[in-house]
Write a protein of this length. Structure first.
Length: 266
């Protein structure tokens, strides 16, 4: 039997497994089976905490479809709570410094990547005002915050068919690594309403990297400045970024329960 913790950040939920003492071979099929909400444990992402030669711990992230991804902001905030102290975390997106705050954590998400080939896009273009769109959506912004994001700033989000547009854009050939799709609305000074279609997971209640990418895009377009509140269906995150600097993300993290499972059954 192996132990796990069920955790979430603003309703974006995780099965977190400690593999530092006992290694666990994680495959796409096994991750998908564990994440299945009907026949498995159920989660948006599976998080595997391991040892690291470069940091306090390592973190591997698997979406509910079994695909392994580089970064997850909400999961990163859960790591200090899971480990019990501030931690430097090795991820496929680089080293992330996560520090506990009252009710959650604050994470240095490093610098965003803004070049077209770092997103990545299939061909060169301006990432601040991309000369492309889908149906009647406005021209988007592209940002990489450890994983690829495209952001649409809209006058209103009510009535948008996220379930149809999300997968259409996620799988567009313009994005060779697929993409996370962010639908944003400015609702006040330094205040953004956001809905995210996550690559490999679909609609979730919150997306930490999506909030970071969208705040960066808003600052680049001069729609926001300084600390920005990003309101997702699951709650609020505060994102602070200035051009040339690192992104600081602050928000809640919650431990729900601990459990045991026979990993050989997955």
């Amino acid at each position: 039997m192996g132990r796990f913790s069920k955790m979430h950040g603003l309703g974006n939920d995780f099965v977190v497994i400690d593999a530092r003492e006992t290694a666990l071979d994680m495959t796409e099929a096994r991750a998908q089976a564990i994440a299945d909400r009907h026949a498995g444990i159920g989660c948006d992402q599976l998080i595997l905490i391991g040892n690291s030669d470069r940091a306090d711990v390592s973190m591997r992230i698997f979406n509910s479809d079994g695909s392994e991804v580089e970064a997850c902001g909400n999961a990163t905030r859960c790591v200090p709570l899971f480990v019990g102290r501030d931690v430097l975390i090795e991820t496929k997106a680089g080293l992330l410094d996560a520090r506990a705050v009252d009710g959650g954590a604050s994470v240095d998400m490093s610098e965003p990547r803004l070049e077209w080939d770092a997103i990545p896009l299939a061909y060169a273009m301006d990432t601040l005002a991309m000369p492309v769109s889908w149906e009647d959506l406005p021209a988007p912004v592209a940002v990489n915050v450890g994983n690829p994001h495209v952001i649409f700033f809209m006058d209103r989000l009510d009535g948008v068919n996220f379930d149809r547009l999300g997968p259409l854009i996620e799988h567009d050939p313009l994005f060779p690594a697929r993409v996370n799709v962010n639908f944003a609305q400015m609702v006040g000074d330094n205040h953004i309403r956001l809905v995210v279609w996550e690559r490999g997971a679909g609609l979730t209640r919150a997306c930490g990297t999506g909030a970071c990418a969208t705040a960066v895009a808003a600052v680049r377009r001069k729609l926001a400045s300084g600390p920005t509140t990003v309101s997702l269906p699951g709650g609020d995150l505060v994102i602070d970024w200035a051009p040339g600097g690192h992104i600081l993300m602050t928000g809640p993290a919650t431990h729900v329960f601990d459990g045991e499972a026979d990993w050989a059954r997955f």
